[in-house]
Ligand binder design. Structure first.
Ligand SMILES: [Zn+2]
Length: 82
């Protein structure tokens, strides 16, 4: 049931185009692109997409994230479920 609530919330963000609501916190401590631990070498690159906060090990990973954004966002949302 919780997954349905999260799905509705995510769809709501997309439908409204609203980026002002607080993003859901990033559930991992690794970069989804490189798999490296965040904060290992400097500040992670933090942004939010569709109401989900995302942290990458560096800004260079953003291009690769954008190339697979839908798939990666889904993986991140899946991992944030209890
Ligand atoms: Zn990186």
């Amino acid at each position: 049931m919780l997954s349905r609530i999260i799905l509705v919330a995510v769809l709501g963000f997309i439908a409204s185009g609203c980026n002002k609501a607080p993003a859901k916190p990033y559930p991992l401590d690794t970069c989804p692109i490189s798999g490296k631990k965040l904060n290992d070498h400097g500040e992670p690159y933090v942004f939010s997409r569709n109401g989900q906060e995302v942290k990458l090990c560096c800004e260079a990973c953003l291009e690769e994230f954008d190339a697979n954004a839908d798939k990666l966002l889904k993986e991140i949302v899946d991992k944030s479920k209890p």
